[in-house]
Design a binder for this molecule. Structure first.
Ligand SMILES: NC(=O)c1ccc[n+]([C@@H]2O[C@H](COP(=O)([O-])OP(=O)(O)OC[C@H]3O[C@@H](n4cnc5c(N)ncnc54)[C@H](OP(=O)(O)O)[C@@H]3O)[C@@H](O)[C@H]2O)c1
Length: 281
């Protein structure tokens, strides 16, 4: 082969590889794997929940956006619709049992079914146990733990129906726990208690419902760049000690993991994903 033909081949191969990469990126952004399905995402007004809702919608799901800040949800719904997706705004405080159950009912009433539940609403308040306000421990239990129980209880009949009657024959619950749901640390008692609870409950549900087509998965992220660390002034020292010299995960990294879980073929049930920034020991 002449050197001109050889270099032409290299250029053509390079172009083919480049095109393949672009196609994979486009596929990753918008796979359409979830076309016809319905997802409900709590904590959709910011951070991991917002990125997850955007991703599920980009991949074809109609999404119910649940959180308290209605304006944030409206903004996200507009973005999703502008990108050709379908979104329903469902303002709700999921620490309130009626509002949590009502959010599920609103999604099913609007879209007629429910295939995917992502529990991303959560708060983290860490401080020495002698100092932390008891109200903040209580709020973590109410939101991180009881909120998840309410959403799962409300969603289960609809998820089972989707797994039984819809063509995919599978439905998913993805609960966002934390590496604090696997490893306890001093000054993290309240958050540890709630996240260990979420991880444990998810495994119990996984065993209970896997033979009925509902997959339960837990994601345990490390430090991710969101508003989680700025909810309390007393968290400043904790946050700066944890986050200095660390490239945090991006919310899209967690959304990618969720898309991997729910877009897998029915035969693949992912029980648990732990993912940390490379610099986080
Ligand atoms: N960021 C991290 O490093 C990290 C690491 C591991 C695990 N996680 C977990 O990831 C999940 C998402 O957190 P994030 O990091 O994305 O933080 P974030 O940006 O602060 O998002 C928290 C979400 O929870 C919602 N929320 C708070 N109270 C609520 C309530 N009573 N009812 C309904 N929604 C409520 C917030 O919306 P409204 O205020 O509008 O209600 C917001 O959308 C949490 O469970 C967190 O524990 C985060």
């Amino acid at each position: 082969m002449s050197s001109a033909a050889c270099s032409q081949n290299i250029v053509v191969d390079g172009l083919t590889a480049f095109r393949g990469r672009i196609e994979r990126m486009v596929h990753r952004q918008m796979s359409n794997e979830l076309a016809g399905t319905v997802g409900l995402v709590t904590g959709a007004s910011s951070g991991i929940g917002a990125a997850t809702a955007r991703r599920l919608a980009a991949d074809g799901a109609a999404v119910a956006l649940v959180a308290r800040r209605k304006e944030r949800l409206e903004e996200l719904a507009q973005t999703i619709r502008a990108d050709g997706g379908t979104a329903l705004v469902v303002p709700a405080d999921v620490t309130q049992r009626d509002e949590a159950l009502g959010a599920v009912a609103a999604a099913v009433e609007e879209f007629g079914r429910l295939d995917t539940l992502v529990n991303a609403a959560g708060v983290m308040f860490n401080a020495p146990s002698l100092d932390i306000p008891l109200d903040d421990w209580e709020m973590m239990v109410d939101l991180n733990l009881k909120g998840v129980l309410y959403l799962v209880k409300g969603a289960l009949p609809h998820l089972l129906a989707a797994a039984e009657t819809e063509p995919r024959r599978v439905a998913d619950v993805v609960n966002i726990s934390s590496i604090a749901g696997r490893f306890a640390r001093a000054t993290v008692a309240g958050y540890n208690a709630t996240k260990f609870g979420v991880s444990a409950a998810t495994e119990a549900w996984r065993q209970e419902f896997t033979k009925r087509g509902v997959r339960f998965s837990v994601i345990e992220p490390g430090a991710t760049a969101t508003e989680l660390f700025v909810q309390r002034d007393y968290m400043a020292d904790y946050a700066s000690a944890l986050l200095s010299d660390l490239e945090q995960l991006r919310t899209e990294d967690i959304a990618d993991a969720i898309a991997y879980i729910v877009e897998n073929p029915r035969r693949i049930a992912v029980a648990e994903i732990v993912l940390r920034p490379i610099d986080q020991a």
